[in-house]
Design a binder for this molecule. Structure first.
Ligand code: PLP
Length: 435
């Protein structure tokens, strides 16, 4: 265990400096954020922005470290482990043979490929939708879906779950609809109250309910059947970001398995390839009526160069595997690892947030000082895990976000629990007088 040469000092003022707005005409405007980072760096707890090298799987290597120094990797979202699957690698080689690499143009012009088209068809079939459009990132797909579908004169209303992902919130802020309100996280009664009021006031314009299928900070899932029932009753559209469960959970459809997709016409599904499908990219799928609207008005579609065929080849082969008996086997392994992690962390006395059907296993650390010291010591002792702290979560509600993969071995989870326990005990002792 490393010693604490310098007391970690994430004092209130350093947290405040994080949220200070950058204003002014010189580069001094960036002082607050640089001071904030400087303090964390000085304490040795800056564990962000780590570059990895070599193949990335259940073990990973930090750039610049000896190749034998592998870390237990609980910090990546390749939930099914498909990024290192030999079939997926073969698909890349075949793709380069056939297409080379590619930056052509906007997909609205000539930027799509026959491979991209076949991936769109595959996605729409899997999701039971009429059409799908590809984007270069999941962020861009979610943002582009909302900005592209919203009325350009600001006539629509948006009700967004309080924990919805940044790409959804940023889009809604961009659109400046007539009404933009958060509803309380996963609180359908609160949503219904807002919908009712809105429809009494405006019977004609569009309403968009904006949600995630799995909220990545708390690992919680929405009551999708009830939300769709509300959407039908109040004639609203639902934008659902399926980033974290598509491919990985249940039979591969995650929360979508709780509804009858054939009856979910008001549901527009957006998602990304960067979690379970081993590559960058995203998609929006829905009723055929949205196709030309997105093609011509979605800014991250029409004003951005089309997705390269290589991520399309990866996503397509990954989808084929994910929705095959092998995918079912990988999901069963993932589910068993998730359950084991919940059990181990809970038995070790930690509070684990969220849902046992999610590959994100958030372990509550509480105080930022504790979370930083624990992550720093974990990295030193050979474990990679992401930390989330204010403002991504509430003050004093820091978490370590363990992300599980099908390819993890149970003994890695046991070892991670032991490391976490000793890092936590050490932090409690070191910081006992400060927190
Ligand atoms: C819920 C959610 N949606 C969208 C994104 C963005 O996806 P991508 O990283 O593929 O752009 C993320 C983060 O990666 C996410 O967590």
């Amino acid at each position: 265990m490393i010693t604490l040469e310098q007391k970690i000092d994430p004092t209130k003022s350093s947290l405040l400096s994080f949220i200070k707005t950058n204003r002014g005409k010189s580069f001094d405007r960036f002082n607050p954020i640089n001071e904030f980072v400087g303090q964390i760096k000085a304490s040795g707890a800056w564990t962000y922005a780590q570059a990895l090298t070599g193949p990335i799987g259940p073990w990973a290597q930090l750039a610049g470290q000896h190749p034998d120094h592998l870390l237990e990797n609980f910090a990546c979202t390749d939930y099914l482990g498909l990024a290192q699957h030999p079939e997926v690698h073969r698909a890349v080689l075949e793709c380069v043979e056939e297409y080379g690499v590619h930056t052509s143009a906007s997909p609205t012009f000539t930027g799509n490929t026959s491979l991209g088209k076949s991936l769109e068809t595959m996605l729409s079939q899997i999701l039971g939708k009429d059409c799908a459009l590809l984007y270069t990132t999941g962020w861009g797909a979610n943002y582009g879906a909302i900005v592209g579908l919203a009325n350009r004169d600001g006539a629509d209303h948006f009700f967004v779950d309080a924990h919805a992902h940044n790409c959804l919130r940023t889009a809604v802020e961009t659109v400046k609809g007539r009404d933009y309100q958060n509803f309380r996280h996963n609180d359908c009664d609160d949503l219904e109250t807002k919908l009712k009021k809105c429809r009494q006031w405006d019977a004609h314009n569009g309403i968009f309910i904006v949600i995630d299928s799995l909220y990545s900070m708390k690992s919680s899932a929405p009551d999708l059947p009830r939300i769709l029932q509300l959407a039908n009753e109040y004639e609203a559209f639902v934008i659902l970001d399926v980033a974290h469960d598509f491919g990985a959970i249940g039979n591969g459809l995650g929360v979508l398995e709780t509804i009858d997709l054939a009856q979910a016409d008001r549901l527009i599904i957006s998602g990304c390839f960067s979690k379970s499908l081993g590559t960058n990219g995203g998609f929006v799928a829905g009723n055929r009526a949205i196709y030309h609207q997105l093609m011509l008005y979605s800014p991250t579609y029409i004003f951005s160069t089309g997705i390269d065929p290589i991520p399309c080849a990866i996503a397509k082969r990954s989808l084929e595997i994910a929705f095959s008996p092998e995918g079912q086997y990988l999901r069963a392994r993932l589910a068993s690892n998730i359950e084991h992690a919940h059990q181990c962390f809970t038995d070790a006395g930690f509070e684990v947030l969220g849902n046992v059907k999610s590959a994100i296993v958030p372990v509550l650390m509480g105080h930022e000082k504790v979370a930083r010291l624990v992550t720093r010591n974990l990295m030193e002792s050979g474990l990679l895990v992401n930390r989330a702290e204010f403002p991504a979560v509430g003050r004093r509600e820091s978490i370590l976000r363990f992300t599980l993969m099908a390819t993890h071995e149970k003994f890695q989870i046991d070892r991670a629990t032991e490391m976490l326990k000793s890092a936590w005990e050490y932090a409690q002792e070191e910081l006992s007088e400060e927190i």
